[in-house]
Design a protein around this ligand. Sequence first.
Ligand SMILES: Nc1ncnc2c1ncn2[C@@H]1O[C@H](COP(=O)(O)OP(=O)(O)OP(=O)(O)O)[C@@H](O)[C@H]1O
Length: 523
Amino acid sequence: MTATPAPAIELRGISKAFGPVQANRDIDLVVPRGTIHGIIGENGAGKSTLMSILYGFYRPDAGEILVGGKPVAIADSQAAIRAGIGMVFQHFKLVQNFTVLENVVLGAEDGRLLRPSLSRARGELKRLAAEYGLQVDPDALVEELSVGHQQRVEILKALYRRADILILDEPTGVLTPAEADHLFRILRGLKDEGKTIILITHKLREIMEITDNVSVMRRGEMVASVRTAETGPAELAELMVGRKVLLRVDKPPARPGAPVLEVRGLRMVDAEGVERLRGIDLEIRAGEILGIAGVAGNGQTQLLEILGGFPEAGARLQGEIRLGGRPLPLQGPGADGRARRRAGIGHVPEDRQAEGLIMDFTAWENIAFGYHHAPEFQRGPLMDNAAIRADAMGKIQRFDIRPPNPDLAAKSFSGGNQQKIVVAREVERNPELLLIGQPTRGVDIGAIEFIHKRIVALRDAGRAVLLVSVELDEIMALSDRILVMFDGHIMGERLPAEATTGDLGCLMAGVEPARADAGGGAG
Ligand SMILES: Nc1ncnc2c1ncn2[C@@H]1O[C@H](COP(=O)(O)OP(=O)(O)OP(=O)(O)O)[C@@H](O)[C@H]1O
């Protein structure tokens, strides 16, 4: 009998609690060498905690870690690096005003690498970049790089530290579809070179496309590990959530009514003098979801922020906004977030941590945030905290926010549950117009189904919804009409039934699709 090679990683009986929350319970995991291993699970299932243990951020309360068959103690991230484990973070940990080369070398001077001269480091960086298709200019400043390129720098950093095992936590959340394809080519190349990759993602499409094996976590436990070729999205979704999940949105046809939002000739020049919006015209009717597709950074963020009442400081605006036929001020008094909410605009901002939540405040405070002056939350001249808490508890239950503890600080919730806090707050106010940016970023499949249903229900109750998302699937599934934004203007409009990803992809890249491709009916 030939001995099978030791797995790259083996976890035995790992447990970790945060106070009363058992984030990981008796976890076993085997990751064979030279494979891509997916880890999936609902929000708060314990994926990030498990990876943080592997990378030495947290010490487990119990359990054992074996790397290449040998037990190791991973007390900190230096120890993880010595064991050959590298981590590519969701929020990159690069120094923005350093060059690529400086970032890669920074902090790598542990005993093994002995302060290489920069020229040697440059050579090594070039070799790695060429070998793995990770082209980046070593002398570019990180702040000048696109998100996709910054991610390459993170990967290079890990490879430079001789990582054999790479952990990626939701790496495609911030990437365009083309960047995500490129990343997957890189990951396949790394695997072909014998590297082992652990990929945390909520996207089952990615799991099916690129992994060899997949492990499923639910409520702190490892509930299954299967070969990807022997499973499918429906089965994985069910394993993850513990029930059948609809993987598409069931949506009756829209019955649009009167215009709710009208935007005419909206222009914006930012504080640096760059024109971000170049004359936007759009209209959303009651009972309609208007989806805005586009690669991040083409003006969608600015549009949402202006409509929501907090344009970038120093921005100059022009144009007209009407809500229910009444003009709204663009800037100045009466144009802030609170005034917009009073006018009937709900807003789920794209960046939940920076704009949607106060991370040190409790969940119940965050759920009232922006609406705490509502009459039902007042008792005489005072705020009625008991009423606010009771209201928050209802939202926590209806949105299945976990753990269901309104007194925890927002920062103690997992990313997906933070998102549910913001969505619950805005959707349940039943606004005339809901502005919603990247509603399901970092959110698990069960919660996506739920959030999508709530958005459709809001529409069917006669409300108008402006949806901004970089996820084309989400735009196609939810929108009644689709606008594509490119470079601060509207490149084109499509009905979901006639739109293809190829066609939308062209518009997103600023290219008018060839008329011949339009096919029957479109003439
Ligand atoms: N530093 C912390 N302090 C307190 N509780 C924490 C901390 N980190 C995580 N938790 C809790 O541990 C549980 C597991 O969280 P974890 O971030 O590992 O989940 P996840 O599966 O990565 O979720 P998501 O998909 O939403 O990122 C959650 O209930 C979370 O609230």
